[in-house]
Structure formats: C-alpha cells, structure tokens
Design a protein around this ligand. Structure first.
Ligand SMILES: *[C@@H]1O[C@H](CO)[C@@H](O)[C@H](O)[C@H]1NC(C)=O
Ligand SMILES: *[C@@H]1O[C@H](CO)[C@@H](O)[C@H](O)[C@H]1NC(C)=O
Ligand SMILES: *[C@@H]1O[C@H](CO)[C@@H](O)[C@H](O)[C@H]1NC(C)=O
Ligand SMILES: *[C@@H]1O[C@H](CO)[C@@H](O)[C@H](O)[C@H]1NC(C)=O
Length: 185
C-alpha cells in the first residue's frame, strides 16, 4: 500500500513537473512557421581603389615591418567600395562593400575580410549581407562565407566567389567580380 502511494505521488510529481515546464515554454516562446528558403544569386563588380582620385580604401594601421614585407603582412585598411553592375566604375551602382581588411599572410598575400555588403537597389535597398573570410588575392577564385544578413537577407547563410577582373600592379587598384549565393527566407 505504501509502495503504491509512493509511486502514485511520484507519477503525480512527474506530471506536475512536465505541466509546469510546458506552461513555462508556452509563456516564453512563440513558434512561427518559416516560409520556404530561397537561394538568391547576385553579381556585381567591387572597386578597391587605393591610389589616385577617389580612393575607396585607406590604410589605417601597419606594423613597423609591413612595408618591407612582400605580402604587406600587418597592413589594416578601412574600405567603402562601390559595387557596380559592370567593371566600369561609372556603371550603375548596386550597393557598397563597407568593412575592413587585414593582411594576415606572412609569405603570400592573403586578407582577412570583414565586410558588410549593403545594397541600394529595388527590393534589396537597405538590406545587407555580412562576409567574413580569407581572401588569397592572387588565387584565381576566392571563396568566402556569408555569416549573416539583414532586411530581405535575415537569417542569411551562403558564400561569395571573388575573381579579380583587373589588378594594377603599379597602383594596387583592383576591380573584382563577385558572385554571391545567399540562402534566406
Ligand atoms: C500557465 O501560466 C499562466 C500564467 O502563470 C496561467 O495564467 C495559466 O493558467 C497557466 N496555464 C495552464 C494551462 O495552467
Ligand atoms: C571622383 O569623384 C568626383 C566627384 O564625385 C567625380 O567628379 C570624378 O569623376 C571621380 N573620378 C573618378 C576617376 O571616378
Ligand atoms: C609605408 O608605406 C606607406 C605607403 O607608401 C606609407 O604611407 C607609410 O608611411 C609607410 N610606413 C612606414 C612605417 O614607413
Ligand atoms: C533606398 O532607400 C533610401 C532610404 O530609405 C532612399 O532614400 C532611396 O531613394 C532608396 N533607393 C532606391 C533606389 O529606391
């Protein structure tokens, strides 16, 4: 009899426990049905102008050894680069890439890229994707992850492929073709 009572009260408390837990979660959490995920492909040209008129990237820090390093190891730049429809800098402006890059290779030039791409056209106006990745600038194609986004790109994941279209060894100015593949809702 005592054993039966014990197991009854145990069952009672287990039920009570789950009942309370259930109610707590029903108070604090709302569940939403997500719409279907979409894969959007964006294509544009990125202008990294470090010399001449209208520079788009400026050196903000360096190590004492940066200038004697072939890879410019230790250089940090802040950038606000136009994203255009064609390789021509005066073609239609689709958005801007705003961020930082740092030279993080001792032997070969590769950049740590920390960039927000903010778009200004049509339904993408004001929406951003955030890119964080390694950019080995002399590789033919560089892949970098998209780590998030805002606006139409909320919950974004994906990757970008960067391909140098034109690089001026004398000035360091570059035009880079970007293909962006972004998953969002
Ligand atoms: C859950 O908790 C709320 C607030 O404390 C209370 O009003 C409600 O009656 C509880 N729900 C159930 C199913 O007991
Ligand atoms: C630089 O900017 C000025 C003013 O916005 C513009 O008139 C000029 O065409 C630009 N130069 C280049 C090379 O883009
Ligand atoms: C390194 O080179 C840059 C660009 O030529 C120059 O602005 C900077 O002053 C140099 N830094 C040092 C420490 O010499
Ligand atoms: C994008 O949004 C800004 C601010 O909301 C607005 O001023 C601008 O005209 C918009 N651009 C386009 C192309 O719709």
């Amino acid at each position: 009899m005592a054993a039966l009572n014990l197991s009854n009260s145990l069952i009672f408390f287990v039920f009570l426990f789950f009942f309370i837990i259930n109610n707590i979660s029903s108070i604090n959490a709302k569940r939403y049905k997500f719409p279907k995920q979409k894969l959007t492909h964006l294509h544009f040209y990125f202008h990294d102008i470090v010399a001449g008129p209208n520079v788009t990237a400026v050196r903000v820090a360096e190590a004492p050894t940066t200038n004697s390093s072939n890879a410019l190891f230790g250089l940090v730049a802040a950038a606000d680069e136009p994203l255009t429809e064609t390789p021509d800098r005066s073609s239609k402006l689709l958005g801007r890439a705003q961020g930082l890059y740092a030279s993080t290779g001792q032997k070969e030039t590769n950049l740590l890229m920390v960039f927000n791409f903010v778009f200004t056209e049509e339904k993408y106006n004001g929406s951003t994707v955030s890119v964080l990745g390694r950019n080995a600038v002399f590789d033919k194609v560089r892949e970098m992850p998209i780590v998030g986004g805002t606006g139409v790109f909320r919950f974004a994941r994906g990757y970008v492929l960067a391909k140098t279209y034109n690089f001026d060894l004398k000035t360091g100015n570059a035009v880079v073709e970007y293909n962006v593949y972004v998953l969002h809702y």
